[in-house]
Write a protein that binds this ligand. Structure first.
Ligand code: NAD
Length: 257
């Protein structure tokens, strides 16, 4: 993809799942990447594996809900790699609760999923502006656009991300920064694999065939994390130079039904 090689990205939540797949794809495209995550085991393992393979990767222990931690990750990236061109806001917590949600549950999910994304943009954008521009991808979800039983807390945060993306795109356009959101359908990451196996007794093939899981998508299957990562890479790249403020569904047709 045009405009990726030699650039520098921060991927929050980059230690696992969609974030890790995004790190892999960006490194393969010649991007230097900071993995900003709270999961030290997975983050350090990813850093070691990708560095060994010739990539430029730095793991920064980062809690996106803690502003000092975000500042350290952003300034550390500029020190390590000389600039910041891209931000992928992938980190999230999955507190799926309905009206019974406690105040603490509401605060935690809003702190990480909403404020965490805003704090990362707040501190990464000035570096991008100084470098003449950049590109940001926020990870929202189909859940931000639909109702799902018992998902009030999570879906509220993802709807917020969808509209924060438009506001950020407007406010950062003059700095040459594009801001878009990717909205995945169901993605078969390690945590989803464990949930389906332990809670529902389903393999991936069975989940894909299930009318309430794979069957909810036009493509009749869940996604691989790499299928979300490729769209993220596209939106970061110069190939998407006229795309901003957009919520792109990468959902196998879930929301088209
Ligand atoms: N998996 C799906 O089906 C799916 C669908 C739609 C949207 N999404 C969204 O995609 C994104 C990635 O999800 P995933 O499925 O890859 O999840 P995942 O659990 O595999 O990875 C999430 C990562 O975020 C990190 N993280 C959690 N809290 C953090 C914090 N406070 N600071 C920094 N890092 C933190 C975790 O350690 C983990 O490495 C999330 O924003 C999620 O809401 C996922």
């Amino acid at each position: 993809m045009q405009g990726l090689d030699g650039k520098v990205a921060i991927v929050t939540g980059g230690a696992q799942g969609i974030g890790r797949a995004t790190v892999d794809r960006l490194v393969a495209e010649g991007v230097a990447v900071t993995i900003a995550d709270v999961s030290d085991d997975y983050g350090k393992a990813a850093e070691a594996e990708l560095t060994e393979a010739g990539g430029r990767v730095w793991y920064a222990h980062t809690d996106v809900a803690d502003e000092e931690s975000v500042i350290a990750a952003v300034t550390g990236t500029a020190e390590q790699f000389g600039r910041v061109d891209f931000l992928v806001n992938c980190a999230a917590v999955f507190i799926m609760r309905g009206l019974e949600a406690t105040v603490d549950e509401w605060r935690r999910i809003m702190d990480v999923n909403i404020m965490g994304q805003a704090l990362c943009v707040k501190h990464a954008a000035p570096h991008m502006a100084r470098a003449g521009g950049g590109s940001i991808v926020n990870i929202a979800s189909i859940s931000g656009h639909i109702a799902q039983p018992g998902y009030l807390t999570y879906n509220a945060t993802k709807a917020a991300v969808a509209n924060m993306t438009r506001c950020m795109a407007l406010d950062l356009a003059d700095s040459g920064i594009r801001v878009n959101a990717v909205n995945p359908g169901t993605v078969w990451n390690a945590n989803n694999e464990r949930y389906h196996r332990e809670e529902l007794g389903l393999t991936r093939a069975q989940a894909d065939q299930h009318p309430d899981i794979g069957g909810k998508h036009i493509l009749k299957r869940t996604a691989d994390p790499s299928e979300i990562a490729s769209t993220i890479a596209f939106l970061l790249s110069a190939e998407a130079s006229y795309v901003t403020g957009e919520n792109l569904m990468v959902d196998g047709g879930y929301t088209a039904l």
